[in-house]
Design a binder for this molecule. Sequence first.
Ligand SMILES: [Mg+2]
Length: 472
Amino acid sequence: MKATRALRAAGRLHTAAAPTARPRSSTGLLRRPALMRGSQTKSARSSLSRPGIGAWAQTAAAGLPSRSTAGARQPYSTDKLMGHDECLVSSEAPGFAFVFDIDGVLLHVAKPIPGASETLRYLHEHNIPFILLTNGGGKPEAERVRDLGERLGVHLTTANFVQSHTPFQDLVAGPEGLGDKTILVTGSDPERTRRIAEGYGFKMVVTPADILAAQPAIWPFDPLLESAYAATARPLPKPLWEPGMADGDALRLDAMFVFNDPRDWALDIQIIVDALASRGGLLGTYSARNGRADLGPGEGWQSDGQPALYFSNADLLWSAGYHLPRFGQGAFQAAVAGVWERLTGGVALRRTVIGKPYAETYRYAERVLAEYRREVLERTAGTTVGAANGAGEELRAVYMIGDNPESDIRGANEYESEAGTEWCSVLVRTGVWSPERGGGGRMAYRPTSIADDVRAAVRWALKREGWEGPPL
Ligand SMILES: [Mg+2]
């Protein structure tokens, strides 16, 4: 809570429901507050870098010189690729880059979409930076990247990959960091989620299984305890609070993270709500501030040092193997919020939500992209290969290629780069969107362009950029 308060005070976090509930859009997504802009000098921005990417939601300007410092845009030419003199010393990547959604753009039910592998290989060969940005999660980044690389037949690394919970690692470090604090994590496989969190650097990670094993009465319908949870439960760092116990001797949760879609909603909701109603995150206590009318409407709730609650993905539904969409993490979030509102008499749940279309995720992605671009520049230093360029250029434009208007396209359209980078959105027809399935006539979130598939999308962008390399 402390970290969240500090970040919120700095304007760096949006909270999905402030003390007064934020208005909702027609889609149910929570509207975002105005972005922080212009609050840092350029020199301060340039000090931000990965790894140890810095505090959560710092500006996205690492490696992104300001628009005003940009040199004139230069046309690309195959002459330069052939080693024209002026390019022999150049080691610049182009002034544009790509961000790809995965499902429905590169893969469909784990199989490559035609043209996807060739497109990524083309970009790789021509030193055109790109990253993959997905609302999926649940596996360590290295494992997911290895799997994706094999499926797509393309070399990928964690340096150009961001999944829904990747930005959580920004909350580990720093004076307000949660690295040494006790956090609760859950997801599709809470034990694997714990290992992901530990891989990020969180040292004190608790799962619902640990809590249930320590106190089976906390959820008195425990058919899964022996069959599912006992094998993964670890001893809690401290015992659960009981009447008569000193607060300092009891387990205190400092933050709670939903990494991806939980499986055992009932247990998880019970524990999360217990913590949100507790005194200072001490599970088993109940805050005396809860429901106090004299504090203002709804102000007593979540105002007593309770742990902050984070969700990594707001998608209500997602496409899977079944012919109808399935519940996503957003459905779990709606369930938690619904229970909370019933318990509190209508008080909105305060939580922090990231993932597409939220600006935090785009800001994070832009930072990763800038760092990856720097790696490309270093890799091509002194070669003519990297001369397919607008030499000396800033990263002027990012093309977000996605299949979902509500997340990929909306997020790119609404994100405002602090470095002045233009974000364009290209909607492909290979995923959840089609003119027939909602959106043909009236689109709430219009892309910059629509393309048949990812290869056509990239061709369109290359043409727009005046790229004169070999045809894709
Ligand atoms: Mg998609």
